[in-house]
Design a binder for this molecule. Structure first.
Ligand SMILES: [Mg+2]
Length: 190
């Protein structure tokens, strides 16, 4: 079967990683409990930044956010390796900007995720992911972002939400921990 995955905050804990970087860069010590209470994708509010400042902060910090050691979620690497071993096709679909695509691919490989060069897509807008998912005829797709998920509600692909505080109102099946994936496939559950 064909499995598609978003990367940031689906397979790797990018927002939390960025939260630590923000603390360091801004000389603050906002506790991690505060991070867990943020119910939007953007993380700048506890730092007292406006949306505009937050946007600038994110873009100016991308190099650190993307390429320092952002931890994968527990069992994400192992789960995808097991799928690849079983002969399933693994696709990555990330809206990281084009100029970061190839470096991101190398980074993802270096973390131990199974990557085939022609099954790694990047640089599209959130709303354009649906076209890739349709064209690739994925059996399963996993993402965290409501803006993406809401474009996939009527597709044939079985779409799963990677559970995050900001996507709890999306009514699609969800996965909290990556070790649940084998049960999902095993049950043939929708
Ligand atoms: Mg994401």
């Amino acid at each position: 079967m064909k499995f598609g995955f978003d990367i940031d905050d689906t397979l790797i804990n990018l927002r939390e990683h960025a939260f630590h970087i923000y603390n360091k860069k801004l000389g603050k010590n906002i506790p991690i409990e505060t991070f867990h209470q943020i119910d939007r994708v953007e993380i700048h509010e506890p730092f007292g930044l406006t949306d505009e400042q937050g946007n600038a902060m994110w873009n100016n910090t991308l190099e650190d956010i993307y390429y320092t050691f952002c931890p994968p979620f527990p069992d994400a690497v192992e789960t995808l390796q097991a799928l690849a071993k079983q002969g399933h096709e693994i696709y990555y679909i990330t809206s990281r900007p084009k100029e970061h695509g190839e470096r991101t691919k190398e980074w993802v490989k270096a973390r131990g995720f199974p990557v085939e060069d022609d099954r790694f897509f990047y640089g599209m807008e959130d709303e354009e992911k649906v076209d890739f998912i349709k064209n690739l005829q994925l059996d399963y797709y996993f993402d965290d972002k409501p803006k993406v998920l809401n474009t996939l509600l009527k597709e044939n692909t079985k779409v799963y939400v990677k559970d995050q505080p900001y996507n709890r109102n999306v009514s699609l099946p969800r996965i909290v921990h990556w070790n649940e994936l084998k049960n999902i496939i095993g049950n043939g559950k929708q």
